[in-house]
Each structure stands twice: as structure tokens, then as C-alpha cells.
Design a protein around this ligand. Sequence first.
Ligand code: SF4
Length: 169
Amino acid sequence: MKDNKLQILDIIPGTSVDGPGLRTSIYLAGCNHQCPECHNPQSWDFAGGKAMSVEEILDVVEENGFNVTLTGGDPVYSAAKILPLVKILNEKGYKIWLYTGFLFEELLKMESMRPILPMIEVVVDGPFKIALKSLKVPFRGSTNQRLVDVASSLTIGQIVEWTDPADML
Ligand code: SF4
């Protein structure tokens, strides 16, 4: 049924810029944050891209076997629709990163995100801020954005930033 489908701008398997290792990045259509100089303003349209079922998306992920990044747009606007996808990816053992223009503290107050957050490894949070743009912060566009280690943050009740295990070697 079309209503259960997700509006997908693109799916890129094998990217290395949206989290550690090679990943399959899934671009959800729609964003209302309107960050000045957004890298991808064509992603703001909630009707952009094409409608895909969870099964169709899963086929692409499984074909490549990489961990998954949900980005956009901002996938949080489609929380109800991404829940079944996140559930099945989680059950299959994929690690999931999620990019959003909302702050992690805001996500904690959203009913729709409550079942999703525990299944996400890292939330890359906050709007892109052109004045804080930096090429030196891995996996982010501006220095205000954080890599939030979701499990640790939920456990201790305050933001814990993710540390790349590769940095500890
Ligand atoms: S949250 Fe991302 S997609 Fe949305 S306006 Fe900001 S930079 Fe663009």
C-alpha cells in the first residue's frame, strides 16, 4: 500500500562519509529546517524521490551488506514510516546511524522517536550552521553537530559523544 511506503530520494551503497566503514546511505525526502546554505535543498520536498516499500529498501541493503545510515532530508520527519525499516534492520544486526537537524534533546521529547532511538547506534544531531562549517569534523558539516552515542546517552541520561573505536587503537 502506497501509504506505508517511504519517500526515498536515493540509496547509495558503499559510501564512507556518513559514518565509519562502508555504509549504505538511505536519503529520506523532506526537511523543514531550512538551514542557510544547506548542501541539499532539493531534499526539502516531502514528495521528492520515489515511494519504496521496506522490502524494496531492504533488498538494496542486503545486496551490499553494509551498515546503514538514514539521512536526507531529515528522516525524523518520517519517524512513523521509518520505524518498521529500523526494526527489521536492527533485527538483522545492521548498525544504524541517523542524521537529523533536530537536537538529541528534542528527539527525547518526541513520542514518535521513543521506539526508534534504542535501535540507533549514533545520532548525528543539530542543524548545519554555515558559520561553523568545517571539513575537520568527521562525518559532519559544521562543528555544532554532535555524534551522539545513543545507548550510552540513554543509559546515563546525558549526552555521551561517540568515539571511533579506531581512534583508541
Ligand atoms: S537539516 Fe540537513 S537537509 Fe535539512 S535544511 Fe539542514 S542541512 Fe539541509
